[in-house]
Design a protein around this ligand. Structure first.
Ligand SMILES: *Cc1c(COP(=O)(O)O)cnc(C)c1O
Length: 405
């Protein structure tokens, strides 16, 4: 049995006819840019998030850029965020001319360590960009209190957390702007790229809307340099079909996560993701940590498929061995993320040496994302659990070590 890390096939079988009809309707309408599909989606998405406004755009990355530009953040400004995230988080900050300032993460939640934020604030700090990584919401009550104390704007990176809540309120409704991605593997995926910015303030919404269309408040009047970053009507039509299913899908993700947690507890060398007491986790990923090497129990027999020393990162051999061994038995996993943003070649000018964000670096060497998506069957999940248990409960099975060599 092959278990993929993500698959759309069952969702397409379930929604196919409705999606086909929606796409054909747009195709034959000739209304590809703007129009009623976009308006309908923006209205229902704002309602789902609990903001007065939602503005569709081209991607989650563009959503972050539009939010920062909309808030007037640019050259000379610093934005505090996490290095344990997808690259686009920091890339957007740099794209507007500001500087990302990385704060290490909390090893229990994998999220920005709220206790370390204030030490990173300087006179140039303009905003905080919390990332609700893997769908787990940052404690927004505490984060907003820090922002208020220091008069900082808040841009939430909700790319992985559509449908997630903190304290009964959707992510993206806490800060000045909530930024969402509709990349196909996210909790609400389009049939291609797409994104949205959500906010309460009508002037800010209007400003971001204009920036997304060449800084153009009315036809052929350009008041500032903007972007061409619209959500197109075909994507909006797909999203209109999918949005009503979002909360059911997130509930199913949570049920899968709970099932993994129950089945894998007390597995030696594995740390499970902390379940959130608040219950609003969006579970875009179920990320375990493999720590056998750290505890001195060599599982991998020293065969490292990837050269982890390349980036000055901690030893990842046990994780890499496990990933490869799972794959050999049809269980496909993904590493989010093998190299932290601050150690990427593109950010070498920040001069952040190995060890500068030790928890982030440790996580990059230990994390492994198990298959999780709403249509994953119990049989597929049982297969993941059985293979994982067999690999970790037994001492390195000889034949496997030979196979890896
Ligand atoms: C996916 C993602 C983005 C970027 O979204 P795109 O739609 O791919 O541009 C930004 N931040 C995080 C944390 C993401 O996972």
């Amino acid at each position: 049995m092959q278990v993929p890390p993500f698959s759309l096939s069952q969702q397409l079988a379930d929604l196919g006819p409705e999606l086909d009809a929606a796409v054909l309707r747009v195709l034959h309408s000739g209304q590809y840019i703007g129009g009623s599909e976009i308006q309908a989606f923006e209205r229902s998405f704002a309602e789902a998030v609990g903001t007065a406004h939602a503005v569709g755009c081209n991607s989650g990355t563009d959503a972050l850029i539009l939010a920062l530009r909309g808030l007037g953040i640019g050259s000379g400004d610093e934005v505090i965020t996490a290095s344990f995230s997808f690259f686009a988080t920091a890339e957007a900050i740099s794209a507007v001319g500001a500087t990302p300032v990385f704060v290490d993460v909390d090893p229990a939640t994998y999220l920005i360590d709220l206790n370390r934020i204030e030490a990173a604030i300087t006179p140039r700090t303009r905003a905080l960009m919390p990332v609700h990584l893997f769908g787990r919401p940052v404690e927004m009550t505490r984060l907003m209190a820090i922002a208020e104390r220091h008069d900082l704007r808040v841009v939430e990176d909700c790319a992985q957390a559509t449908g997630a809540h903190w304290n009964g309120r959707s992510v993206g409704s806490w800060g000045d702007v909530g930024c969402f991605s509709f990349f196909p593997t996210k909790n609400l995926g389009a049939a291609g790229d797409g994104g949205a910015v959500c906010c309460h303030n009508p002037e800010l919404a209007q400003r971001m809307r204009e920036l997304a269309v060449h800084g153009m408040p009315r036809r052929y009047l350009h008041t500032e340099l903007g972007y061409n970053s619209r959500l197109d009507a075909l994507q909006a039509a797909v999203l209109n079909v999918k949005l009503p299913h979002l909360s059911r899908w997130v509930e199913r993700r949570a049920a899968i996560a709970a099932r993994y947690s129950a089945a894998l507890q007390d597995l030696p060398g594995v740390q499970l993701p902390e379940s959130d007491a608040d219950g609003g986790h969006g579970w875009n990923q179920f990320v375990i940590r493999i720590q056998r090497c750290a505890s001195g129990q060599e599982l991998c027999g020293g065969s490292c498929p990837a050269d982890c020393s390349d980036h000055g990162l901690p030893d990842s051999r046990c994780r890499d061995w496990l990933k490869q061994s799972l794959q050999e038995q049809g269980v496909n996993t993904i590493i989010y993320y093998p190299i932290p943003i601050h150690r990427q070649p593109a950010y070498s000018d920040l001069n952040l040496a190995p060890g500068s964000l030790p928890i982030t670096e440790q996580l990059c060497s230990e994390v492994l994302s198990l298959p999780i998506f709403p249509e994953l069957t119990n049989e597929q999940q049982d297969r993941v659990i059985t293979v994982l248990k067999t690999l970790l409960e037994n001492q390195p099975p000889k034949e496997m070590m030979n196979a890896a060599a």
